[in-house]
Every structure is written in structure tokens, then in C-alpha cells.
Design a protein around this ligand. Structure first.
Ligand code: TYM
Length: 332
């Protein structure tokens, strides 16, 4: 059976980008057709300046939102990365497989490293090695597929390279995974700055729709989205990135096609209104279910604890095999 692994990093409140690029597909498709594991990858939240209490809060919230969105613990495994030692344990072996040069080439390292330096903060070594931990997340679980948004493509490519290299050097140990992406909205852009990805940690929240925003806030943010000075609604990412972004969001929400949706809208105002309505309706049940689940933290904790146990049992033999293959003496 196909195995699927993916994760969300608790560095901020989850966004519409996380939902359309990843989470919604896990819920609607992936958990039904494969042996699937979905993870709050909390160790990854420590690669930049962080507040311990906030990481804890956001980790719980991310797990609650994953369940609120519809991940069903009877169908898939939901867990927290730091509860399963195998991830960090495998990461070290992959650090001994990756090179310094290939990690320095990672776009996210360059971007976030520059931002940290500009803010006068030190760049944590873990920001450089982060993609190796991500590779360990995926390879420890023998995933065939990794459903992610477009921004994670380079990291999954690195994961493939490390798996192939490890297998060539030490014998067949890892499955070589591939990234899968949604047909539309694989890269949802910031509504105020359509040249940048809608990201959890963008400075101003005005261009970001958070999954837990109230309906009014969602509407306001979408109605104020930057478009361009033209009038005609055209689907062209190059010349009209703001409009294209709205068309993709609308298409993702309604199951339509961005080009066809452009043809049926006569003005930016009507496109924004329809997009706002569609997003509000899409997120309403998630927000409602989140409010219910948040009252019952015992339930979420139980799910995470059972999930960690399953994930640990599944990953352990694979990671043990990698330890043996690389030349380490087996312990008892
Ligand atoms: P993270 O937490 O930044 O994002 C989680 C998922 O959401 C997708 N995503 C988007 N998709 C479309 N448009 C956007 N604006 C947008 N923003 C985020 C991401 O592509 C991702 O699929 N390194 C990963 C977390 C991770 C992981 C893993 C993922 C760690 N280990 C193993 C898969 C497998 C990250 O930072 O995702």
C-alpha cells in the first residue's frame, strides 16, 4: 500500500495557503487512499527565534486544526514529531550523507538566514540543517508520496537525493519519495504582496487569511486584496499576479478552473466578493469544529499519544536498519 507522510510547522497560525496547498488534500484524498501519517513538526519551529510557550500553544492548535479539518485518527496517524525520537535519530545519519554545499543552496535557508541577519539575530545552525531533518521525517516512515505546496519542492528533491545516495553507498534502505501538489493553489500568494508566498510569519497579517480568522476578517482581507490598475479580469500570473491569485483561490474553493472563472467575472469587485464568499464557506466548518475540539484537550492529547505510539513502532525498524547499514554496531 502507498505510504504518505506530510507535516505542518507550528511557527505561526495556520493559513489558507497551508489549507489549500496541503491540509485539505490530506483530508479529502490522501487519508482515504493510503497508509498516511500527518505530523506537527515541532522541532522545525526551533530553527528561528522562538518563544517556548508559543510553540507549545501553536503545536496544540495545529494538531487540533488538523483534526478539525477532518483528519480521522481511525484512518490515519496524527502525531507530534518530538514525541517520536526516530526523526532526530535518523537526521544525524542523513547529516553524514548530505553536503554543506547542497544545504547552503536551499532557498529557504538563504531567505530566512538573510532575514535573521538583517534583524540582528544569529542564524541558528539548525536553520541550515533543517532540510535534513525534513528528509529524516519522510524517510523514517518509508513514504512514497509527500503531499506539499510548491515551496517544499526543493526540500523533497533533496530528500530524494539523500535516499538515493544512502542506498547506493550502504545498500537498499530507503524508499525514494516524490512530492505531490494540488492542481491549483500550490502556491497561494499574500493578498497584499502577491509577489510573496502567503506565509505564517509574514510581518503584517493584512494579506494573510488565517484558518481561525472570523468571517468578517476574511471578507475584509479579500476585499482589500491588491489587484492591479487594469479592469479586465484575466488569468495571468506574470502581468496580473494579484488577480491570478484570487482566481486560483476561488478555483481551489469551488473546484473550478482559474481561466474559466476569469471569463465569468466582469470586475475585480465581483471576483473579490465571490472569492470572499467561497473562502468563508470553506473555512466555516473547520472553525466551528475547532471551537468544539479546543474545549476537549483530553481528546486531542489521546489522539496524539496513540499516534506517536503507532509512528514510533513503524519508524523504529527502518531507522535501526539504517544504523546497521551505515556501519554502526547493533545495540541490544
Ligand atoms: P509549512 O509548515 O511551512 O507548511 C505546511 C504545508 O503547507 C504548504 N504551504 C502552502 N501551500 C500553498 N500556498 C502557500 N502559501 C503555502 N504555505 C505553506 C507547504 O508547502 C506545506 O506542504 N518544511 C515543511 C514542514 C515539514 C514537512 C516535513 C512537510 C517538515 N517535515 C516532511 C512534509 C514532509 C514546512 O515548513 O511546511
Amino acid at each position: 500500500m502507498t505510504r504518505i507522510f506530510s507535516g505542518l510547522k507550528p511557527t505561526g497560525h495556520l493559513t489558507l495557503g497551508n489549507y489549500l496547498g496541503a491540509l485539505r488534500r490530506w483530508v479529502e484524498v490522501d487519508q482515504h487512499r493510503a497508509e498516511a501519517l500527518f505530523c506537527v513538526v515541532d522541532l522545525h519551529a526551533l530553527t528561528v527565534e522562538h518563544d517556548p510557550a508559543r510553540v507549545r500553544r501553536l503545536s496544540r492548535q495545529a494538531a487540533t486544526l488538523m483534526l478539525a479539518a477532518g483528519l480521522d485518527p481511525e484512518r490515519c496517524t496524527v502525531f507530534v514529531q518530538s514525541h517520536v525520537d526516530e526523526h532526530a535519530r535518523l537526521s544525524y545519519l542523513l547529516e553524514c550523507t548530505a553536503t554543506d554545499g547542497e544545504l547552503r543552496r536551499m532557498i529557504q535557508y538563504k531567505e530566512k538566514g538573510t532575514r535573521a541577519r538583517e534583524a540582528g539575530e544569529g542564524v541558528r545552525l539548525s536553520l541550515l540543517t533543517y532540510p535534513v531533518l525534513m528528509a529524516a521525517d519522510i524517510l523514517a516512515h518509508g513514504a512514497d508520496e509527500v503531499p506539499v505546496g510548491e515551496d517544499q519542492t526543493q526540500h523533497v528533491e533533496l530528500t530524494r537525493d539523500l535516499a538515493v545516495r544512502f542506498n547506493q553507498r550502504y545498500g537498499q534502505t530507503f524508499t525514494v519519495p516524490r512530492a505531490t501538489r494540488p492542481q491549483v493553489a500550490a502556491r497561494v500568494m499574500d493578498l497584499q504582496d502577491p509577489g510573496s508566498k502567503m506565509g505564517k510569519s509574514h510581518e503584517s497579517g493584512a494579506g494573510i487569511v488565517y484558518l481561525l480568522d472570523e468571517a468578517d476578517q476574511v471578507r475584509k482581507k479579500i476585499m482589500r486584496a491588491v489587484t492591479d490598475s487594469g479592469r479586465e479580469v484575466r488569468y495571468d500570473r506574470e502581468s496580473s499576479p494579484g488577480v491570478a491569485n484570487l482566481l486560483e483561490i476561488l478555483a481551489a474553493c469551488t473546484g473550478g478552473n482559474p481561466g474559466e472563472l476569469a471569463a465569468v467575472h466582469q470586475s475585480y469587485g465581483s471576483l473579490k466578493r465571490d472569492t470572499a464568499d467561497a473562502v468563508v464557506e470553506l473555512l466555516r466548518p473547520v472553525r466551528e469544529r475547532h471551537a468544539e475540539l479546543a474545549k476537549d484537550s483530553g481528546y486531542v492529547e489521546e489522539v496524539l499519544s496513540a499516534g506517536a505510539e503507532r509512528a514510533r513502532a513503524a519508524a523504529r525498524p527502518r531507522v535501526d536498519a539504517a544504523y546497521a547499514a551505515i556501519g554502526l554496531l547493533p545495540g541490544r
